[in-house]
Write a protein that binds this ligand. Structure first.
Ligand SMILES: Cc1cc2nc3c(=O)[nH]c(=O)nc-3n(C[C@H](O)[C@H](O)[C@H](O)COP(=O)(O)O)c2cc1C
Length: 183
């Protein structure tokens, strides 16, 4: 899991908590940009995220195990995914561990999910997200589900984290789907 510097640090925390609750092994990389956003939005340092991960690597550690396709992975999520990081992944940059791990998932045809958050969406970012989508990446934008009547920002955070876990095939109880009481 990569955490970059878009707004949405609480979603990253909730995803990690969900993965931890499901006993899913997680290798975590936090970008430099994410450190400032995590402090601003959650009042936390990366250590608070690391508490829920199996292992954490520095973004500068491009020789870490997850930099190689020889290490198995069920998938990777970049949540939140900044425009900067989305562009770098789409263009093939691999000069940080986060972007290198993403390139590995692309070359190995493994599941890669990005959760961008920007509004309005700039044309350049739309182009990069389109390129990622064409490469098979799931672009899971941080859009609120008004039809599920979220009552709080916390509900919204749980919903978005749950959508990420859905993509990873990890069971959770973070949100109830549309008409979930129906068979
Ligand atoms: C409080 C705060 C909120 C930000 N929100 C966003 C955002 O929603 N989307 C985005 O693409 N960048 C956002 N940024 C800008 C990125 O953090 C910045 O471009 C950074 O260089 C991204 O670095 P990274 O991709 O290595 O994490 C935000 C920055 C700060 C400090």
């Amino acid at each position: 899991m990569g955490v970059s510097g878009a707004s949405g640090a609480p979603i990253a925390l909730r995803v990690l908590q969900g993965l931890h609750a499901a006993h899913a092994p997680v290798a975590l990389v936090v970008s430099n940009g994410a450190v400032a956003v995590l402090r601003e939005e959650c009042g936390l340092t990366p250590d608070a995220l690391a508490a829920y991960a199996t292992v954490t690597y520095a973004d500068t550690d491009v020789g870490a195990p997850i930099a190689s396709g020889s290490r198995p992975s069920r998938g990777m999520v970049v949540v939140p995914c900044s425009g900067n990081t989305a562009a770098r992944i789409a263009l093939g940059f691999a000069d940080t561990l986060l972007t290198r791990a993403a390139q590995v998932h692309l070359k190995e045809r493994r599941k890669l999910i990005v959760v961008p958050r920007e509004t309005p969406l700039p044309t350049v970012l739309l182009r990069h997200l389109t390129a990622l989508s064409e490469l098979g990446v799931v672009v899971l934008d941080a859009a609120p589900p008004y039809y599920l009547h979220p009552k709080s920002v916390d509900d919204l955070t749980s919903y978005l984290a749950g959508k990420v876990l859905d993509q990873l095939g990890v069971p959770h109880e973070l949100y109830r789907g549309w008409k979930s009481e129906d068979p």
